[in-house]
Design a protein around this ligand. Structure first.
Ligand code: B12
Length: 293
């Protein structure tokens, strides 16, 4: 079973800006959902709290979606509520480069609690942050090790967020997520994984360096209805095109749909693997899943 992160009553009270007895009352009145531990203690998943805030908009104003200890925190908290990504982006970059991952996580979690849609958080907050880190590295302003720590921290935070967000039953089918065999960039694919899971898919995440021929056994065993490919850098265009063509022939043989995302696809000929659908961002991914369902 997957490890989920729960908030206890005190933490839930802090986040919602009320005292513990109010939390108790709201759960008894059925206003606030929770689960109970074997010892009878109330435990809250993030979606219990975000669901409560969604149906109690006035409460959202009082909620401490981001812990406020200083004037700067107050500012950050306001920008989270407003969804001012340009301010948050600047602040988050400073945090990423000083490796303040817990505080960075609180911003990510705050954005989610403030009801900003996950694809919007990814497209307008996380992806620009990663791009900026890459640019600083390219310009020689940060070392390769600093770039690694900052981007690995972000990857780690995405996994933490995924562990505490709502997960509907996987009733929509199975999606296999992979990159081409010479690809090490898989953070975009992690974000796609999260969105697919939230939309009710069971996700098989193969991730980095996945040769097309090696997935045939997975396809035969798990019958994915969809395969999602992410490509950031294409080193060898000819070899990568061959991989894509191989996946297309598997798609014809085993009857799954093929989707792609990432800038690497601009170097490949996707006309020849029609009807592969190239998705420009996570908002498009989310919309494509809503349209189909
Ligand atoms: C983190 C990182 C790494 C990490 C990756 C760790 C990991 N587990 O992913 C490591 C250290 C391994 C790495 C290695 C390298 N990297 Co690097 N890396 C980055 C960095 C900083 C972030 C990458 C990232 O996650 N971006 C976020 C993704 C999501 O952004 P994106 O690819 O633009 O995708 C967007 C869309 O295209 C789409 N999308 C992407 N995938 C998918 C999938 C689906 C299904 C959907 C719907 C959408 C979607 O969503 C995003 C929304 O806009 C970037 C900077 C940058 N600009 O991205 C450099 C960057 C990509 N790296 C670069 C380079 C050069 C390299 C190396 C060649 C360095 C080297 N000399 O070894 C190697 C290549 C290794 C390889 N064979 O792949 C260059 C690429 C330049 C180019 N175009 O050729 C960049 C741009 C840095 C730079 N500014 O120069 N890198």
């Amino acid at each position: 079973m997957e490890q989920l992160t729960y908030f206890n009553s005190k933490e839930a009270a802090n986040i919602l800006g009320v005292n513990v007895s109010t939390i108790k009352r709201w759960t008894e009145e059925g206003k606030l959902q929770c689960v109970k531990s074997s010892g009878g203690h109330r435990k809250f998943l993030m979606h219990h709290l975000s669901g409560f805030l969604e149906s109690n908009k006035k409460r959202a104003v009082k909620a401490t979606i981001f812990p406020v200890d200083t004037m700067e925190d107050l500012q950050v908290s306001r920008y989270i509520m407003k969804g001012d990504f340009s301010y948050l982006h600047k602040h988050a970059l400073e945090l990423a480069l000083s490796f303040e991952r817990i505080r960075l996580f609180k911003i990510l979690q705050g954005l989610y609690l403030a009801q900003h849609p996950l694809p919007v958080i990814y497209d307008h907050f996380v992806v620009p942050l990663l791009h900026e880190i890459g640019t600083l590295w390219e310009q020689g302003q940060i070392s390769v090790a600093e770039e690694h720590v900052a981007s690995q921290n972000i990857r780690d935070l995405l996994i933490r967020l995924q562990a505490i967000t709502a997960r509907p039953p996987a009733e929509k089918g199975t999606a296999l997520c992979l990159t081409f065999p010479d690809e090490l960039h898989d953070i975009g694919l992690k974000m796609a994984d999260h969105i697919l899971e939230l939309k009710g898919f069971k996700v098989l995440f193969s991730g980095q360096i996945t040769p097309a021929l090696s997935v045939e056994h997975l396809i035969k065993t798990f019958h994915p209805q969809r395969i999602y490919l992410s490509s950031t850098v294409v080193k060898n265009v000819k070899a990568t095109q061959k991989e894509l063509n191989q996946l297309k022939s598997f798609a014809n043989q085993y009857g799954f749909d093929l989707y792609g995302g990432g800038p690497g696809f601009s170097r490949l000929n996707i006309e020849t693997v029609h009807p592969l659908v190239w998705l420009p961002d996570f908002t498009a991914l989310s919309q494509s899943l809503t349209e189909k369902s």
